[in-house]
Design a protein around this ligand. Structure first.
Ligand code: AMP
Length: 364
């Protein structure tokens, strides 16, 4: 590794490197600024984070000259999306610490790896099978039963790279949509609700988690995130314990999100891990307005080697994503005294694009 490891905790005035220029990078940079830290954003194109960054680099993620210059400009790097090529993280890791590390990224960016880890740790997942060919898919559909969902192992988000298989007649077309990419077949789960946990693990192994969030999706995109989730205390503890075990298994540093399907709301004893995101997460945006320390600040704290901040929440909250055409509603929301409005500075409000969010608090 590098001599810069000895400089942790990074003092105020230090600059943290962030791979990715999206809204998550923007909110990370804003949280860093609150602590007197700066951010240098490296991305293959400009994005919302550029508006609030102390320094920027535009270069392909494979450009080793640009990556080497980036590594010499920052004492530590992190990332705001999980589709960063692993060789990019490996290249940087030879020069500076990258948090979370390559091991965590390798698990979290591959659905087969993350489901295998969750199952090996003793947690429930949907039944699954790796799919590398049409023959695998035919055999997998027979073994797991239908309906099932075929997903690309990597690079999927917001329902992209997924095909639902309701009957044997859908198998060929579902396979074609994968375009030869390695895939995973998952048995369809009749869940009652979707829940996520945002957790943080420090460089010293300290662990903290926010209260679980209940998530509702529309058109495969997160629509609302509500806290508290409708979970009994035992289930709340179980999801946090699962996030802790996942984080420890990959020696995680930073904020991670683990998403679950909750079955059987009457007993609430069955929670199925769906996926793990190695980054701050859309379902944790309420932490900006409802907590002393937001998910963004806690990620920055962990990456900079600072002590973790409190994850306690002072209010109940509902966050609603603003998507594409919602852009025109900003003035109305801005006039609502109960609304905490966050806009990401995206000028082209393309359909399906997350352009901001609004959080409404209520007393606990
Ligand atoms: P993912 O990209 O895995 O988060 O999937 C996107 C959404 O599709 C989830 O939030 C669920 O609403 C739905 N979904 C994914 N996997 C399953 C499954 N195995 N059973 C039922 N619904 C699923």
């Amino acid at each position: 590794m590098t001599s810069s490891a000895s400089t942790f905790p990074l003092p105020p005035g230090s600059t943290i490197g962030i791979l990715g220029s999206g809204q998550l990078g923007r909110m990370l940079a804003m949280a860093a600024a609150r602590l007197g830290l700066k951010c240098h954003i490296y991305a293959d194109g400009p994005g919302p984070a550029f508006d609030v960054a102390a320094a920027t680099t535009i270069a392909p993620y494979e450009d080793e000259t640009a990556l080497a210059a980036f590594a010499s400009a920052v004492p530590v790097a992190t990332y705001e999306f999980e589709n960063i090529p692993l060789p990019t993280v490996a290249f940087l890791s030879n020069r500076i610490p990258v948090r979370p590390g390559a091991q965590a990224l390798a698990v979290a960016q591959d659905r087969l790896n993350e489901k295998t880890l969750a199952r090996d740790l003793g947690f429930m997942t949907a039944d699954f099978a790796p799919i590398d060919s049409l023959a695998d898919l035919e055999a997998g559909a027979t073994k797991l039963g239908l309906p099932a969902i075929l997903k690309t192992r990597r690079f999927g988000y917001d329902g992209k790279g997924q095909a639902k298989i309701l009957s044997a007649a859908d198998i060929k077309s579902a396979h074609a949509t994968m375009r030869g990419q390695p895939a995973i077949l998952e048995k369809f789960v009749e869940f009652q609700s979707e829940v996520s946990v945002i957790a943080v693990r420090g460089a010293d192994g300290a662990f903290a988690a926010y209260d679980a969030t209940e998530n509702v999706h529309r058109n495969h995109i997160l629509h609302t995130a509500t806290v508290p989730a409708n979970l009994k205390p035992k289930a709340q503890s179980a999801v946090i314990a699962a996030a802790k075990a996942m984080a420890e298994a990959v020696d995680y540093i930073g904020v991670l999100a683990v998403e679950f399907f909750a079955l059987d709301m009457a007993r609430q004893e069955v929670l199925i891990i769906n996926e793990m995101a190695p980054r701050v997460h859309n379902s944790g945006h309420w932490t900006i307005d409802a907590c002393t320390t937001s998910q963004f600040e806690n990620h920055i704290r962990a990456v900079a080697g600072w002590p973790l901040g409190s994850t306690a929440r002072h209010s109940n909250a509902v966050t609603t994503n603003l998507i594409g055409a919602d852009h025109d509603g900003w003035a109305k929301i801005a006039a609502d005294p109960g609304a905490a409005l966050h806009l990401y500075g995206k000028n082209d409000a393309r359909p399906g694009r997350k352009i901001g969010h609004v959080t409404r608090l209520s007393p606990k």
